[in-house]
Design a protein around this ligand. Sequence first.
Ligand SMILES: Cc1cc2nc3c(=O)[nH]c(=O)nc-3n(C[C@H](O)[C@H](O)[C@H](O)COP(=O)(O)OP(=O)(O)OC[C@H]3O[C@@H](n4cnc5c(N)ncnc54)[C@H](O)[C@@H]3O)c2cc1C
Length: 443
Amino acid sequence: MPGKISNWGNYPVVEATLSSFSREEDVVPFIGKMGIPITLRGSGLSYGDASLGSTMLSTLQYNQILNFDSNAGIIYVQAGVTLDALLKHIVPHGWFLPVTPGTKFITVGGAVAGDVHGKNHHSEGSFCDHVIELQVLLPDGRIVLCSRENNYELFNLVSGGLGLGAFILTALFRLKRVDTAYINQQNIIIKDLGDMLEQLQSFNNATYSVAWIDCLAKGKHLGRGVLMLGEHVQKDKLPGKFKEPLRIHRGQRLNTPFYFPSFVLNSFTMRLFNQVFFYKHRLARKDFVVHYDPYFYPLDFIRNWNKMYSRKGFLQYQFVLPFDQAEKGLEVILSKISRSGLASFLAVLKVLGKGNHTLSFPMPGFTLALDFPVSSGIFKLLDELDKLVIEYGGRIYLVKDARMHADVYWGGYPNAQHFKSKINALDPEHVFASLLSKRLKMI
Ligand SMILES: Cc1cc2nc3c(=O)[nH]c(=O)nc-3n(C[C@H](O)[C@H](O)[C@H](O)COP(=O)(O)OP(=O)(O)OC[C@H]3O[C@@H](n4cnc5c(N)ncnc54)[C@H](O)[C@@H]3O)c2cc1C
């Protein structure tokens, strides 16, 4: 039965049928019976329309851990397993995810198809850099393996390929050895943009780094914020009050039971939030030990926090600018946002290294992610910001996008034509497609 479906940003909302399966032997006959195009979907945490279409196939019930070598730290899973389930399985054995985004509820299929990055891209790359082998279903019904050694071109297209060309069924990937489930967090208060970029780069040897920016600060305070560094804590350095060194995370403790009215998040409340956040961190402890859950996933604490943005939803806007253009570009972009009065609740800045796959988002530079409530003025503002991003040599993150125009994608991704011709050769009838791929004329 068709129903209304949206991803995490609750924008756009589409009328669609959503099917699911749980056994590998059911996939091929199942797909044969579905109308095309089929849009592949994990947890739908991609904010915009990367996993939306009118006929969608969910992997959430195809979610078994098939093998875990707890000596070597290599795991073999079905695509629908979530990072949340993986952490519960691996942390007690002293292993952690090599790369994790800011929520643990995504699937491994979504992590590969988005080639997601975490707070350690500068030091440890993106998720696909740790994948050893993928098993994928091709549009003609063949199931094949691909890796760096075997079918490399396919591996490179599918890693970060946004569910186009092939359906990822299973993934074999490497985990990261940890002594404890805890992180040593160091907070550094930053006074302005120049200071922020300098400090982020000077801590390039930190395993994890991320900064929050007060995107409403103006003038000499433009770019002020808090830089948060993190290192895994060794067992002998763990304070005695943490009795269980390899404790897994607990369930979500708070819930947003209903959509907030749209007036709740206005420029006044956001300004207030940003100021309180800044001064709270200024006064708080600067060096402390924290469990991995609040360090990596602070927003997961509140179930359905996206409902705070009202039924109209919100847009996540993430772009990257190359190092040599970043200071000027960020100054222009942040000033424009600050002047527009269209505030972002959270603005997160990170350092990225090189992207290694055909459509990978990362490039050596700084990436900024902002959340904007859907409003009448926001689309015009973001169109203007897109132009600046392209002018300063950057690009927009596809897996979070819901609204950019095709020329912005084509202007930001130098491999767009290569991707299109290879995917069209692999999938001439466009068995796999999404609203995103159509809007951006990707295939
Ligand atoms: C709070 C929050 C914080 C986030 N933080 C970060 C971050 O720090 N870094 C980052 O990189 N991202 C981040 N994201 C984005 C998120 O990690 C990605 O969008 C991820 O791809 C979502 O995975 P999913 O399982 O929800 O997949 P979906 O959103 O359902 O799908 C994402 C893409 O993967 C494709 N896909 C899904 N499964 C398969 C499959 N089995 N085979 C082929 N294609 C498939 C879909 O077609 C779609 O193109 C964040 C999202 C949220 C909500």
